[in-house]
Design a protein around this ligand. Structure first.
Ligand SMILES: Nc1ncnc2c1ncn2[C@@H]1O[C@H](COP(=O)(O)OP(=O)(O)OP(=O)(O)O)[C@@H](O)[C@H]1O
Ligand SMILES: [Mg+2]
Length: 296
């Protein structure tokens, strides 16, 4: 937890920070409380049904600028569904999703590409295309979404690889299969950061990695947050990782928020289900604390 970052129950509609401007179409309307400038992603009573089956049953969430929110929960709880709504790949059946104050749930399709560019996606196993080089993989968002020249794109890719601690001249011409798991993660992150999005979204970033590499990925997530001032939304099965990186942990059970707050509040809070969930993970969470970029 970085000093001075306020903690708040994310189920409550956020109050505007004192002195901060109030933005968003919901401001002052009957649709809900005002959204503060630092409340980057706000969900209000988000529901989603597929063919009459309710998968999300009224989710509230508030991700603040430069915070990391980790969404945990059992298989089939609705985590991926929730993430797809947040990044505008799917629409909720009802409820509001405010991204930087704008309700994206009701936006027409042609507006959604603009919203999607606000999110950098880091997929499980980095999801790099194996048949093209690292350079081409990382360049992809710029080729898709900008009119930059080939030379400019190459320069930007090389810069990003370097920022992520990779030797650009060595790594750029390689194919993803020639890299270690940790390097692939860095390349995936470089790609997600190419459009300099305010929000990074990670789907199971540590799954399939050994404990040491998982720790390195946690450090990397924290470093990205500090360096680029991004808000991170992470889906994870990894309770140890959750305790290391989350400002807020959101436990989703059967499409509902069972508990939310700093990870410690899941073991010390009111929800017996949350305590049991953590206990059943088998992780000794008492030995864990948040990583900071300056950790040795
Ligand atoms: N497009 C869809 N059509 C119908 N049902 C769906 C669809 N997408 C998800 N579901 C259902 O929604 C429920 C939640 O799925 P979701 O993938 O969000 O769970 P999850 O929490 O991500 O699980 P896991 O941890 O296993 O990845 C499941 O019962 C799933 O079958
Ligand atoms: Mg999932």
């Amino acid at each position: 937890m970085s000093a001075g970052t306020p903690q708040r129950d994310a189920r409550q509609p956020p109050p505007p920070p004192s002195g901060a401007a109030v933005v968003g179409p919901g401001a002052g309307s009957s649709e809900g409380a005002a959204v503060g400038v630092d409340d980057i992603v706000v969900l209000r009573n988000v529901k989603k049904s597929y063919e009459g089956q309710e998968v999300l049953r009224g989710i509230d969430l508030c991700a603040r600028r430069k915070e990391t929110v980790v969404i945990i929960g059992g298989s089939g709880a609705g985590k991926t569904t929730l993430l797809r709504m947040i990044v505008a790949l799917d629409r909720p059946t009802s409820g509001q999703i405010l991204v930087e104050g704008e309700d994206i749930a009701k936006l027409p399709e042609r507006e959604l590409n603009r919203i999607r560019k606000k999110f950098g996606m880091v997929y499980q196993y980095a999801a790099l295309l194996d048949s093209i080089s690292v350079l081409e993989n990382v360049a992809f968002p710029l080729v898709e979404h900008t009119k930059l020249s080939k030379k400019e794109i190459t320069e930007r890719v090389m810069d990003k690889l370097e920022i992520l601690g990779l030797d650009p001249k060595v790594v750029a011409p390689k194919f993803p299969s020639e890299l270690s798991g940790g390097m692939r993660k860095r390349v995936g992150l470089a790609r997600a950061l190419m459009l300099e999005p305010p929000i990074l979204v990670y789907d199971e970033p540590t799954s399939g990695l050994d404990p040491l590499t998982s720790r390195l990925v946690d450090d990397l997530i924290e470093e990205m947050r500090e360096r680029f001032n991004v808000t991170s939304i992470v889906i994870s099965h990894d309770i140890a990782s959750c305790f290391r990186i989350a400002h807020q942990a959101l436990l989703v059970i059967q499409g509902r928020v069972e508990a939310v707050g700093p990870p410690d509040s899941l073991i010390n809070g009111e929800s017996e289900i949350a305590r049991e969930f953590i206990r059943n993970s088998g992780v000794d969470v008492r030995s864990l604390s948040r990583v900071t970029p300056n950790d040795p």
